[in-house]
Design a protein around this ligand. Sequence first.
Ligand SMILES: [Zn+2]
Ligand SMILES: [Zn+2]
Length: 274
Amino acid sequence: MTLRITHLGTGSRGNSTLLETSEVKVLVDLGFSGAQLQKRLAMLNITPEEIDCALISHHHGDHGGGANIAQRKWGMNILANERTAQELDLDPKLTSYFGPLDVIRIGDQLSILTVPVPHSGSENVAFVASYGGERAAIITDLGSWTDELIKHVYGCEHISIEANYDDQKLNSGPYPYSLKERIRGRGGHLSNNQTGQFLAQVSTKNTRNIILTHLSEKNNSPHLAESTVLYYISELFEGDIFISSQDGPEMTHYIGENDIENLTPTKLNRVEID
Ligand SMILES: [Zn+2]
Ligand SMILES: [Zn+2]
């Protein structure tokens, strides 16, 4: 029983992550155009029609901008909260609605918890997937975190989390002051330092993989993100750290029991939201 996690690309020009079990294929966020999604999935020998459903974290274009197109083009099932669905003008016939701290069951084994996070003018959520007795968190676009988020991400085997900007680069960079303030604010994005501080509170010896995502192209660089985060967690984290770029798909990570199995595509039999 293995859940495969593949980032199709993360950053301000689009985000989408593929979760795959032997039973289902699920996207977390759909911020690419139809053509881009198709192209990136094709590199993994998957067609958009094979996707059982996509969960959208919030309505910003780089996360939900492709959802409406995917519904019209491929009849894709989309899961989102009501605010996000409304902002993205989703087709109610192809949309299921989740609330805060709902558990979404997809197929027989995969369940995904929705955890609200603060982010400018949106009702953003982080997702914590459980499969085969292990957990994977996918967290992006948040200016700060809550105790609730710490509680649910603590000890996850896999953590994908944004490390959006380096403080110094943002301060001295080209953005106007008001935009810098917005990025730094409670509803903005996490800096490398903040991501390190958060990870220091949730990483345990169980944590095998940390993927830093959604790096700003202007206000960050991979080596700054990695070295800053490692400064905070090097004593407690023994796993591997990776950087996700805008142009995926990239290396696949795994959670769940580590047996070899055939990933045969099957169509989703049910989605339930508790
Ligand atoms: Zn956003
Ligand atoms: Zn974003």
